[in-house]
Write a protein that binds this ligand. Structure first.
Ligand SMILES: *[C@@H]1O[C@H](CO)[C@@H](O)[C@H](O)[C@H]1NC(C)=O
Ligand SMILES: *[C@@H]1O[C@H](CO)[C@@H](O)[C@H](O)[C@H]1NC(C)=O
Ligand SMILES: *[C@@H]1O[C@H](CO)[C@@H](O)[C@H](O)[C@H]1NC(C)=O
Ligand SMILES: *[C@@H]1O[C@H](CO)[C@@H](O)[C@H](O)[C@H]1NC(C)=O
Ligand SMILES: *[C@@H]1O[C@H](CO)[C@@H](O)[C@H](O)[C@H]1NC(C)=O
Ligand SMILES: *[C@@H]1O[C@H](CO)[C@@H](O)[C@H](O)[C@H]1NC(C)=O
Ligand SMILES: *[C@@H]1O[C@H](CO)[C@@H](O)[C@H](O)[C@H]1NC(C)=O
Ligand SMILES: *[C@@H]1O[C@H](CO)[C@@H](O)[C@H](O)[C@H]1NC(C)=O
Ligand SMILES: *[C@@H]1O[C@H](CO)[C@@H](O)[C@H](O)[C@H]1NC(C)=O
Ligand SMILES: *[C@@H]1O[C@H](CO)[C@@H](O)[C@H](O)[C@H]1NC(C)=O
Ligand SMILES: *[C@@H]1O[C@H](CO)[C@@H](O)[C@H](O)[C@H]1NC(C)=O
Ligand SMILES: *[C@@H]1O[C@H](CO)[C@@H](O)[C@H](O)[C@H]1NC(C)=O
Length: 664
């Protein structure tokens, strides 16, 4: 390995006005949406196709209904235009029902927002011709299908069925698709989860729902609870809960940064959690309002990770400083649960709705270890170094004890706690992500064991009755990369995210909250399958992994003032990604030739500096590193049989570079 220090040179942005790969961006180009096709019709409905793509004329006679398909999951407020009504004296109505999945298309009800029953139909009482717009609290945050229902004798002519798209409320109407980052991007899910904070779920049935209403088709619902300050909020799911959850943000925030860099929304959401902090104990809420104050050991830490992520991706030290005293108080609260064993004793079961969270739990302690280390990084950035020695000691104790008490050498995995043989997906993935593992062979063994559990539908979470959790699988992806098995991570993306995109019951545009390891759309923690959210930001883990590990653009500090380019392309031959932070634009494109040579074209802002870790190579030859303007001399590194898998890092300054390995 040779270390080279090169001078910064004038920066030329590779980003032209066109947004790369915009054919993959699902965000609509206008806020006014019409159905794309007719899914099915019932009873006497004339010419239902006329309402697709534009206004038209469709007459609903007697009991009848038409289900429309928008072909993407969307969000918004519906407006019907009525042409004529047969007899305006008698009661004529058109009802509207919504569903994300084709499973719950119905002329009786929508899919669900509560854990029992189905949501009531939105009815429009018709007084004659005209436009009828739903009240704003009947905004529906996620639906692909919309059914129009006529429920009595007589007839109604509908001349338009349109939806005003409400997601990304703070972006201009013509800019919803103007992403700042690119990869074959699944980030639309997070845009649907970016809502006007005045329209969160009012949760009117919280703690009330029981099996006795499980068949009800009239469960009331309102989206009208104010959940944060500001004009946009990042919530867990588009249909529900439409609330701020810190755990979900651990996956959603990096995805947002790498696609739209919508930092203000992230801040509104983090602030809403810190606003609820108990300033005596330091306790942070499980979720934003109106969820009642409950303690979750892990979600408390995820709020802290949210602040650390914000700093890492923006480099905004002022925002960090504004929350730092609260941050330290909150970490002290977590540290107060560390007992004689050196581990935190979890005494509240609230987590991502897995079962058996308690005691010296491996997931919670791995997240604690990770958070303490983030704290050490942040303390350094703020020059508040006096806390560091204590935190280092405690982090070391967590690591040592977890390995003594919870590592099972025979199995090659960590147990959930010391009184069980269950080896969870969440804790094992997090142990690798947090570097709680002592050496690379532990990480490799965890990775191999997790691979062995996969079903034809994805990676099961044993700690949640074998549910498939796209949330925890997002951390599993990272664990495979950190265990140096990019192939395992890419295989899991194709298996699990491929299923989510392709299955006919899915929206083909957004990622689901959870399902079963046998492929049913049943999520173990819920009684009510119709409740599952099909647009959940926590399911967007590949955005981070593809950008950070496959394309290999890694921010190491403060918005990317230091960075690393380290592509791991697995079986791919071509990878291209880029994104912007407050510091500037980052991009990397890696191409592999048939003989095993490769070329990485990369770019980082002027004034930054970073490291290039060259990918493993199947050929020997010579690497040339060249700056775009040729102002700097070429740099040569020999790739030999000895260093092929680990061709070292070179230190370079921000600029536009090409690193090329030509095989001998
Ligand atoms: C149609 O639905 C409306 C709204 O729920 C209801 O008031 C009306 O009675 C229904 N009409 C019939 C004939 O069921
Ligand atoms: C978004 O991009 C489109 C197409 O490039 C452009 O016409 C429009 O002005 C952009 N909008 C904003 C607000 O940047
Ligand atoms: C829903 O309908 C059932 C009867 O079908 C009724 O008992 C219940 O009160 C209704 N609930 C609401 C919220 O209207
Ligand atoms: C939400 O809307 C319902 C129906 O209009 C209303 O009864 C309720 O008070 C509203 N809740 C809030 C928090 O505004
Ligand atoms: C805040 O924490 C203190 C100290 O643990 C406790 O006494 C108090 O009840 C808490 N306040 C609330 C509102 O929970
Ligand atoms: C230990 O883990 C098992 C398996 O998840 C769980 O059933 C048990 O409740 C956990 N123990 C505690 C104290 O939470
Ligand atoms: C954790 O704390 C609870 C409540 O104080 C206690 O009952 C339990 O034994 C502790 N668990 C462990 C593993 O020490
Ligand atoms: C921390 O100290 C360094 C070196 O003295 C200084 O450049 C930097 O501005 C300080 N940072 C803060 C947040 O005070
Ligand atoms: C370790 O794992 C092996 C294999 O799964 C199992 O047989 C054994 O009981 C475990 N040991 C402990 C102490 O849990
Ligand atoms: C992970 O921990 C090991 C020691 O257990 C240490 O040598 C290594 O540097 C750590 N890796 C990172 C990325 O911090
Ligand atoms: C990497 O994972 C794949 C499964 O995707 C597996 O077949 C392969 O053996 C793993 N490689 C290593 C070195 O463990
Ligand atoms: C998903 O959408 C793509 C492109 O819009 C289309 O080619 C594909 O057939 C759709 N797949 C399913 C299962 O609907």
């Amino acid at each position: 390995m040779r270390l080279l220090f090169l001078l910064p040179v004038a920066l030329l942005s590779a980003l032209s006005c066109a947004i790369p790969y915009d054919e993959y961006i699902l965000a609509p180009s206008s806020r006014t949406l019409y159905p794309v096709s007719v899914h099915s019709s019932n009873g006497s409905v004339s010419n239902p196709e006329s309402l697709t793509a534009s206004p038209g004329s469709s007459v609903f006679q007697d009991d009848s209904a038409t289900a429309y398909d928008f072909q993407n999951n969307i969000a918004g407020v519906v407006t019907l235009t009525i042409g004529s009504v047969s007899d305006s004296d008698s009661d004529q109505y058109i009802g509207v029902t919504f569903s994300e999945s084709s499973l719950w298309i119905s002329n009786k009800s929508s899919d669900a927002t509560a854990d029992a029953g189905k949501d009531e139909t939105l009815w429009f009482k018709l007084d004659g011709p005209g436009r009828y717009t739903a009240p704003r609290e009947k905004e529906r945050g996620g639906f692909r299908y919309m059914t129009l229902v006529h429920n009595t004798t007589g007839s109604v002519e509908v001349t338009a069925a349109e939806v005003h798209f409400t997601a990304m409320p703070h972006w201009e109407d013509d800019a919803i698709g103007n992403y700042t980052g690119y990869f074959h991007s699944d980030a639309y899910t997070n845009q649907l989860c970016t809502i006007d904070p005045n329209y969160g779920d009012a949760l009117i049935h919280i703690f009330q729902i029981n099996a006795s209403i499980s068949d009800a088709t009239n469960v009331t619902w309102y989206s009208n609870y104010t959940i944060t300050n500001g004009s946009s909020a990042l919530v867990d799911g588009a249909k529900r809960d439409r609330l701020v959850w810190a755990g979900d943000m651990a996956i959603a925030v990096p995805s947002v940064v790498f696609s739209t860099n919508d930092v203000v929304t992230i801040e509104n959401s983090i602030n809403s959690l810190f606003d609820l902090q108990n300033r005596t104990s330091g306790q942070l809420p499980y979720a934003g309002r109106p969820i009642p104050l409950v303690f979750s050991f892990t979600y408390h830490l995820y709020s802290l990770i949210g602040v650390a992520d914000h700093y890492l991706y923006t480099g905004n030290v002022d925002y960090l400083a504004s929350l730092w005293e609260q941050w330290k108080l909150a970490l002290s609260f977590s540290l107060s649960f560390i007992d004689d064993s050196g581990l935190m004793n979890v005494t509240s079961k609230s987590d991502w709705l897995r079962f058996g969270m308690g005691g010296h739990n491996i997931e919670a302690n791995s997240i604690l270890y990770y958070t303490i280390n983030q704290g050490i990084m942040l303390a350094g950035a703020l020059n508040d170094t006096e806390v560091i020695p204590l935190w280092q000691t405690m982090a070391e104790a967590v690591k040592t004890s977890a390995n003594q008490l919870l590592w099972n050498e025979t199995a090659g995995m960590y147990t959930d706690n010391e009184t069980t043989t269950l080896m969870p997906q969440d804790g094992n993935s997090w142990a690798v992500v947090s570097n709680l593992t002592l050496n690379s062979s532990q990480a490799e063994s965890i990775s191999a064991n997790l691979v062995n559990r996969w079903t034809p539908y994805g990676a099961p979470a044993l700690e949640a009755a074998d549910a498939i959790s796209p949330f925890i699988s997002g951390f599993e992806l990272q664990a495979h990369f950190l265990a140096n098995n990019a192939t395992a991570a890419l295989d899991l993306m194709r298996l699990e995210w491929g299923f989510m995109l392709d299955d006919a019951r899915m929206t083909n545009s957004t990622f689901i909250e959870g399902y079963s390891s046998t492929g049913e759309l049943h999520y173990a923690p819920y009684l009510n399958d119709a409740r599952i959210s099909h647009a959940h930001g926590w399911a967007t883990g590949p955005t981070f992994s593809l950008t950070s590990y496959v394309a290999g653009i890694q921010l190491l500090s403060a918005g990317g003032r230091t960075w690393r380019i380290a592509p791991e392309v697995g079986d791919l031959k071509f990878v291209d990604a880029g994104f912007s932070t407050g510091v500037g634009f980052f991009a990397a494109k890696t191409q592999i030739t048939d003989d095993g040579g490769w070329q990485i074209d990369f770019e980082a802002p002027e004034g930054t500096n970073g490291q290039v870790k060259l990918p493993s190579s199947t050929c020997t030859g010579r690497v040339l590193l060249r700056e775009a303007n040729g102002k700097v001399e070429d740099v040569a590194i020999d790739v030999t049989k000895e260093n092929a898998g680990q061709v070292g890092a070179v230190d370079v300054a921000g600029g536009i570079w090409t690193a090329k390995l030509t095989c001998e």
